[in-house]
Design a protein around this ligand. Structure first.
Ligand SMILES: [Zn+2]
Length: 416
């Protein structure tokens, strides 16, 4: 049967891709490697059955364009690349669902939809090899830090510019990719949630409000090394004791913030021996929130707490910013259309922020109205071979995402 939209075909193609580019440890489509190129060639072959123009842009992003009556464009995006030993859905679900939607639109409009529809396969979303995620989309949005990226080196000592040269990309020209967004009127991205929120609510699908802003710092407490036998408890300047108080405090800060999250992800001590009071303790703090002022408040509260605990413990504290990014809220009207499409498909929707960054955050910051749809992740886990989603949920997400695409076409047509 040749249905216009066939979500079962998407599930079958996901399995086909898994067999082609995965092994017993999971997906192996690391960007710019031969397996990634295999995945892309497989995709291009499928896409070539449609009347689309296919090209790779200056940053290595792959575009399939179905020209419409108007030059205004609806973009649908995802990424074929994976982390090493990754899951079978992260990124490629978005691309394959987008391809299915192109098929439906092509069939419904006889090859000429009212506006132009484009599918993007972003290059190196994961940043697995060079430690820098969102490469292709940040080159496209213009926000890629060229000086930083120029110096990135993989574990084999190969630089990012050299790795790109091997796949035919000139590093110094990657930002030319920005012209791809010239006529973009909206951007849609489907993704597995990669967390447990929809699972805990027992809901298949959710509308994403935006991506979290991040404040990431190293906090170092400076005390005094002293003999663990001869130093009475009341005479110690114990940097670890003070740092440890932050551990429970960040849970209170996160709770007060509404839907923010805080993580102390690492802790190192000096001298780090069994017979010494800790002289220096360095912890890292990662704080995330969808609301800018709320994120700033979480940061201020953590700073104030560290200073209070330091004074109490008779130690010094210093802060160093490691990384920061503003929240990227998505478009309110598109969020509403996403909600409607989900409700129509499975009865109930839920709005949630995204903790991880996605290519959609880069497209949004480039000024293109953007929204994402999430589908439930079993175990709430990704970047792991156990990453999974129920097959009926996978089919549902293709259906709901297609409804969103159709609504977005009409939305773009009615806008000036
Ligand atoms: Zn992803």
């Amino acid at each position: 049967m040749n249905l216009p939209l066939n979500p079962k075909r998407t599930v079958a193609e996901l399995k086909e891709l898994r067999a082609l580019t995965g092994d017993e440890n999971g997906a192996q489509r690391v960007a710019f490697t031969p397996t990634w190129i295999t995945a892309r060639n497989w995709l291009k072959k499928k896409l070539s059955e449609l009347p689309v123009e296919i090209h790779t842009d200056a940053a290595g992003n792959l575009w399939a364009t179905l020209r419409g009556e108007s030059s205004k464009e609806l973009l649908i995006g995802g990424h074929m690349d994976s982390v090493p030993n990754g899951g079978w859905l992260d990124g490629c679900l978005n691309v394959l669902a987008g391809m299915e939607i192109l098929r439906r639109i092509n069939a419904q409009y006889g090859g000429k939809p009212p506006i132009t529809i484009r599918l993007a396969d972003w290059a190196d979303e994961e940043g697995a090899r060079f430690g820098k995620s969102l490469f292709g989309s940040s080159a496209c949005s213009g926000r890629l830090d060229m000086n930083e990226a120029r110096g990135l080196v993989d574990k084999q000592g190969i630089t990012l510019p050299d790795a790109l040269k091997n796949v035919g990309i000139d590093f110094e020209r990657v930002k030319d990719s920005g012209k791809e967004l010239k006529n973009a009127a909206a951007y849609l991205e489907l993704h597995i949630e990669q967390g447990p929120v929809l699972l805990d609510l027992d809901l298949p699908l959710g509308a994403v409000l935006g991506t979290f802003g991040v404040e990431r710092h190293a906090i170092t407490f400076h005390g005094q090394a002293a003999h663990s036998g001869s130093t009475p408890m009341n005479r110690r300047k114990d940097a670890f004791l003070t740092a440890a108080k932050m551990s429970s405090e960040i849970y209170k800060i996160a709770e007060r913030s509404g839907n923010g999250v805080c993580t102390i992800g690492s802790c190192t001590t000096k001298p780090g021996i069994v017979t010494s009071v800790v002289e220096e303790c360095r912890i890292t703090l990662d704080q995330r929130h969808l609301d800018g002022p709320a994120l700033a408040k979480m940061f201020r509260e953590a700073k104030a707490a560290s200073e209070k605990f330091a004074t109490e413990g008779n130690v010094q504290v210093s802060w160093e910013r490691l990384w920061q990014i503003d929240p990227r809220p998505f478009n309110d009207e598109l969020i509403a259309l996403c909600d409607e499409s989900i409700r129509e498909t499975c009865g109930k929707s839920h709005r949630l922020p995204s903790g991880p960054l996605h290519d959609a955050a880069e497209v949004a910051v480039a000024g293109v109205p953007t929204v994402m749809m999430f589908v439930q992740s079993l175990h709430g886990i990704s970047h792991n071979k156990i990453e999974d989603t129920k097959e009926d949920h996978l089919e549902m997400c293709v259906t709901a995402f297609d409804k969103l695409a159709e609504r977005a076409i009409r939305w773009i047509q009615t806008r000036k």
